[in-house]
Design a protein around this ligand. Structure first.
Ligand SMILES: Cc1cc2nc3c(=O)[nH]c(=O)nc-3n(C[C@H](O)[C@H](O)[C@H](O)COP(=O)(O)OP(=O)(O)OC[C@H]3O[C@@H](n4cnc5c(N)ncnc54)[C@H](O)[C@@H]3O)c2cc1C
Length: 385
């Protein structure tokens, strides 16, 4: 067993860190405040080949894995620039397309996702289905060769930046279980009948969330991704990477917060020595550091399990996302506390990350759904639903 990163991974980490530090958290928060997108940062990271690092080389990607994309996500977070769309465009959509796309679909979509010139959003969540994918009501019905899609998706990130959206729709119902048979479709964001409404959110993220309406959107047969009715299994192949990249981003936020807290605790003096000498300040930071390193290990293990095609990658990805979201919140909270009143001052760049860090406890999969999974699948307890 070897816990060390390869020389290539270490170089990747350093190179991403260099780009991210040339932007930094001030750039990120200025974009959030102006309602802009982090276009320049995305372009530079993509231009260096890092957005597409996990996409096969044949399609212009780096030919590496989710382990390497996790390094990209962690470094961006560690420099105060956590990017939600990394979880979606390369991690979910790129992974599913590379695995289940037809040769034509891969040729058509993967080079753009690898170069970062194209983005693909991902739409599974629905207002009335939420965490229960079996209740999805968005329907895709055959019309000759084509498919007609109708329904509503909720909280879909980055639709305004994306060329297309990967939509999870019901194409039938399993007679025995009553559960939906799901299929995946690639829908252009400007397709006739595809409308979006911005959802005002209280998280400081440059990526925006949308209600997405499909009003009889017609797509040709080549927009069905993978096998009809096998969408749930295919989606899970992309949801594990999404959870791993969410975990990596959360670990990055925790590193960012701890770095700031340690620097501040070392120089701020209100009694005899620096405040970092008080155990009331030092211990929460030390315990956050331990949680962070445990979460990083869990994330690396999950990424390795996915890249190695291990069957327990789902369990590892869930556990990593759980651990990292908690580690990020605890580190950020300890960092804010360390800064006293300055923890809330814009200049110190901490409190504005609270929403982003907190959202990772709820999305892309909630803490409770992870606990359900672990209780049932890891511990063998009876299912609660
Ligand atoms: C910023 C942001 C970005 C997002 N981006 C996307 C995106 O790009 N694409 C997309 O498809 N979705 C996206 N989502 C949606 C996100 O994945 C969901 O919000 C999340 O999965 C929870 O689903 P829900 O909001 O419907 O909550 P619900 O399912 O309504 O759950 C509400 C609460 O009940 C709990 N709960 C539900 N069922 C159970 C149970 N059986 N046992 C115990 N507790 C339970 C949940 O854990 C949660 O705390 C995004 C959400 C946010 C906030």
């Amino acid at each position: 067993m070897d816990f060390a990163e390869t020389a290539e991974q270490a170089m990747l980490r350093e190179a991403v860190g260099k780009i991210a530090s040339s932007y930094g958290h001030d750039y990120f928060s200025a974009k959030v405040k102006s309602g802009g997108h982090t276009t320049e940062l995305w372009r530079d990271v993509a231009g260096a080949g890092f957005i597409g690092v996990s996409i096969p080389e044949r399609y212009g990607g780096g030919g590496m894995g989710i382990s390497e994309l996790a390094i990209v996500a962690e470094e961006l977070g560690a420099h105060g620039c956590p990017l939600l769309l990394l979880m979606v465009s390369p991690a979910i959509c790129g992974t599913i397309l590379a695995r289940f796309g037809t040769p034509e679909q891969r040729e058509r979509w993967l080079p753009g996702l690898a170069s970062g010139e194209r983005k693909m959003a991902f739409a599974i969540t629905e207002p009335d289905a939420g965490s229960n994918a079996h209740r999805l009501a968005t329907m895709a019905t055959r019309d000759g060769d084509a498919w007609r899609i109708g329904g509503t998706k909720h909280f879909i990130s980055g639709v305004d930046e994306a060329d297309a959206v990967l939509v999870v729709a019901r194409t039938g119902t399993d007679a025995a279980s009553g559960r939906g048979r799901l299929s995946l479709f690639i829908v252009d964001t400007d397709a006739p009948g595809c409308e979006r409404t911005l959802i005002p959110m209280e998280i400081a993220a440059p990526e925006k969330q949308f209600l997405l309406f499909f009003d009889d959107v017609t797509v040709p047969p080549e927009r069905l991704l993978g096998t009809e009715g096998d969408g749930l299994r295919q989606v899970f192949h992309g949801l594990n990477p999404e959870r791993i990249i969410a975990a990596a981003g959360a670990n990055g936020i925790a590193r960012y917060a701890l770095d700031k807290a340690v620097a501040y605790a070392g120089q701020r003096r209100v009694w005899n020595g620096p405040i970092g000498a008080h155990q009331g300040i030092a211990h929460p930071l030390a315990s956050a550091k331990i949680e962070l390193e445990l979460a990083r290990l869990a994330t690396q293990k999950a990424a390795w399990a996915h890249d190695a095609g291990q069957r327990d990658a789902g369990e590892a990805a869930n556990m990593a996302k759980y651990a990292a979201a908690e580690a990020s919140l605890h580190a950020l909270d300890a960092a804010i506390q360390t800064h006293g009143g300055n923890g809330f001052a814009t200049e110190y760049g901490l409190a504005d990350l609270w929403g982003m860090s907190r959202v990772l406890r709820t999305a892309p999969v909630s803490r409770e759904m992870i606990l359900n999974f672990v209780a049932e699948h890891s511990l063998g307890l009876p299912p609660s639903y």
